[in-house]
Structures are given as structure tokens and as C-alpha cells.
Design a protein around this ligand. Structure first.
Ligand SMILES: [Zn+2]
Length: 175
């Protein structure tokens, strides 16, 4: 048994193309067939071409976009939608993304601002901590590590008095 490929004409929406489709051939009797692996590979080749005809991003282009933003397939699904295995299917050309999904992907590919706006919209900032967190310069919020009264002072330098003026109404730091 050996694997062969043959250029086969495929037609879609009045477009024609020759695609290399694979099949297995019996070396003894010459009969040929496409097994599960060959069928899958052939379907992917056909769908990849149809996506191009429809003006959709190819699987390869989607992989490149995902890597552009250092996203895992799981993160991409959380961010863009489509379900947990959506990006595996899009990228392998097992499924064609919708036109709406394609538009969103193109927008984010074009614009890092759109990417960060989407991250904020989905409350996924914590998954992308590589980016510096911007704190407004005029912020006067003081973050204190709570020191619980255990009978002994763990840090004699700790003196909350200077912060009282900031926290007159709040009790949290005193606990
Ligand atoms: Zn045979």
C-alpha cells in the first residue's frame, strides 16, 4: 500500500481549481481508495480553497494572527467566541468561520487597539499581564498589606498613622 496524490479539478461558485488530492493505492492489484486520513486531508484542501473563494481568512492566516498576539487556541476562543475547539477547526480548515467572525478577526489583525479593547470587553486583562498596567498618575489609593494582630508586631517599622488621613472612612487596613 502506498500513498499517491493526483491533481483533481474542484469547482465552487463558478471558480475552478486543480487541487492535489491524496489516496492510497494497493501495490499488488492497483486498486485505489481514500481512507479516513486521506479523506480528512482532502476535505481540508477543498475547504481551504473555498475559504479563499469566499474571501475568508485561511487557516494559516488565522494561526498567524493568533501568534501575532501570542494567544493560545483556548484564549482565542474565549476572546472571539466560537466554542472551545473553534480555533483548532478554523486553523486546520475543518470548518469555515462565519463572515462575522472573519470580520472581527480581520479588525483585530489590523489594530492592536481593537485587540486590547476586546480584551477589556471580555475582562481578560489578567491573562495578558505581559503588558504594563497603567495606573493613573493622580491616583491616591494606598494599598496596604493587612497585618493581623497576633499579639506581637511582625514589623516594628509598620506605622499606619500617616495613612489615617487617606482612610478616615475605611476600616479595612485596621484589621
Ligand atoms: Zn489489492
Amino acid at each position: 500500500m502506498s500513498t499517491h496524490s493526483e491533481m483533481v479539478e474542484s469547482e465552487y461558485k463558478a471558480h475552478k481549481v486543480l487541487l492535489p488530492l491524496v489516496f492510497k493505492q494497493c501495490d499488488a492489484c492497483g486498486s485505489d481508495f481514500a481512507g479516513a486520513a486521506e479523506s480528512k486531508q482532502n476535505k481540508r484542501a477543498v475547504l481551504a480553497w473555498r475559504k479563499q473563494v469566499d474571501g475568508l481568512l485561511t487557516g494559516e492566516e488565522i494561526t498567524a494572527l493568533r501568534k501575532q498576539y501570542k494567544l493560545t487556541q483556548g484564549q482565542a476562543a474565549k476572546l472571539f467566541g466560537g466554542g472551545p475547539v473553534a480555533f483548532s477547526k478554523y486553523e486546520n480548515d475543518d470548518v469555515a468561520q462565519s463572515e462575522a467572525m472573519d470580520t472581527l478577526l480581520r479588525l483585530v489583525r489590523r489594530s492592536p487597539q481593537a485587540f486590547w479593547a476586546l480584551v477589556a470587553e471580555k475582562s481578560m486583562e489578567s491573562e495578558f499581564m505581559g503588558e504594563p498596567i497603567k495606573v493613573p498618575a493622580q491616583s491616591n489609593v494606598v494599598h496596604l498589606t493587612a497585618v493581623r494582630g497576633s499579639g506581637e508586631k511582625s514589623d516594628s517599622r509598620y506605622n499606619p498613622r500617616p495613612f489615617r488621613s487617606f482612610e478616615s472612612g475605611a476600616e479595612a487596613w485596621k484589621q
